[in-house]
Design a protein. Sequence first.
Length: 386
Amino acid sequence: MESRISVHGTTCGVLTPPATNRLPRQLPQAIPGRAQIQRGSRELARCPRDCACQARVKRPRSKAPEPPLELEEGESLPEDLEGPDFSVEDPPGHRTGYVALIGWPNAGKSTLLNAMLGQKLSIVTRKAQTTRHKLLGILSEPDYQMILFDTPGIIQHQKNELDKRMMGNVQQAMKDSEAMLAVIDAAHKPLKDLAALQPGPDWSGPPLAMVLNKVDLLTPQQQADLKQHFLENSQAEEVFLASAAGGGGVAAIRDWAASKLPEGPSLYSKEVVSERPERFFLAEILREKVFEQYRQEIPYCSTVQVYNYIDRQGNGKDLVEANIVVEREAHRPIILGREGSALKKLSTAARLSMESFLGKGVYLDLSVKVQDKWRDSSQSVQQLGY
């Protein structure tokens, strides 16, 4: 059984951009044929400072000649395939690499990633363990390209298969990175976090910096004392004071991380800020609204699945069909609310955010489904995108 509600409306915002499904460390391959381009999802592009908000197709950085598109008689090259110009090479000494953000839940990792990128990419709520996926954010400057891993908060005692998958993402991000930022909530038991995150004496991993976040909640003297304690009692190369929500201290963190990257060419177009397709971000928007609206166990025992997304060209509204998946039948009436009022409220909030993200109207078809103990099943967790 399922419960369904549909909402719709229109608004304007930033249009986004095409992704190829590949491992992040692989250099992009030659552009696919026309049929695959038409089916391809879009990939989020950096919004220019003048807010022109022009969508750009991601063009691969392969030096091999691109195969010609197979055009039918009388057909011309689509305008949206012009894309960025890759005839300009990276300057000498250009750096490229991966930086992992790790830490306990609610330390501000996602907020820091968004601040480093200069725009919201990772969802943020007041609840712990909002981040479940290893999200790649791509920061491109003329002399470097930094690929940031936003990771789930560390779970010491993993209770189910979902917890194990999330911690697997953290471990993989640490292995793949050239530098690590350990983010610590400076206003909530920072010394306990230091003891838990401190690497052992035989640490041979990438360079590590400690980021004491939320220092705006401390006095200047408390900030100075805490930083000195971390400098004296940690193996971190550097300790930063930051207030990621307001952007304080972020520039110094970004500069340190960039200095640790090895020399190499860009792996992504300079306009691209994530390798994730639009469907992923639409699901994350909906999951963010679930975390914001519902309390207690509902955000943690539920997940979101966008099973259909149709990008309608022109003035047509995009179609988004999604499920909210819960673990028990008893959760369904909580999601629905009285006469469906809670689900309608959720749908409206999610649709408005989706429209702002896509820059066009959205028709959202939302259902509630029960998948018994999905967090405990390896097959279910994988099926639901983890």
